[in-house]
Design a protein around this ligand. Structure first.
Ligand SMILES: [Zn+2]
Ligand SMILES: [Zn+2]
Length: 143
């Protein structure tokens, strides 16, 4: 499947449509993601917010990440499904949890990040690039 992508939370109170392909797809093993993802890594696509439609109420909760940025997780307040992540350094784009998409079959993981915080049993695909923490990158502006 390719764009447009459609998705929802578990209860259907929040639905979304995304017009474009992701800028990247990553697994994140940071501790906050492990708590959000029931002990595993989160699987995330960074998508442009232009052309992204979200219907329903999303609750946002922020925390200060190791980078010093306030990172926010967005979830359905009714069923608790994790749906989004956002970070002020990524203007014009936000993370969508791949589990929210009806079909993420063709979205291949480009990078695995925060491996230093993963449990010993975690498996990292050797064909995918790894970062022990947050990968360096240019100031992300996707307006
Ligand atoms: Zn829901
Ligand atoms: Zn994370």
């Amino acid at each position: 499947m390719s764009a447009p992508y459609h998705g929802s939370c578990n209860c259907g109170a929040v639905t979304l449509t995304i017009a474009s392909e992701p800028l990247w797809v990553r697994q994140c093993w940071c501790r906050q993601c492990q708590k959000a993802a029931a002990g595993n890594a989160t699987c995330n696509g960074l998508f442009r917010t232009e052309g992204m439609t979200v219907d329903g109420t999303v609750t946002w909760r922020g925390y200060t990440a190791a980078s010093g940025n306030t990172v926010e997780h967005g979830f359905c307040p009714t069923c608790g499904s994790q749906l989004f992540g956002r970070n002020p350094s990524r203007e014009g784009a936000q993370v969508v949890r791949l589990g929210a998409l009806d079909d993420a079959q063709n979205l291949k993981v480009n990078a695995i990040i925060w491996t230093s915080e993963a449990p010993d049993w975690a498996y990292f695909d050797p064909k995918v690039e790894h970062w022990s923490a947050q990968p360096p990158g240019p100031a992300a502006k996707f307006a």
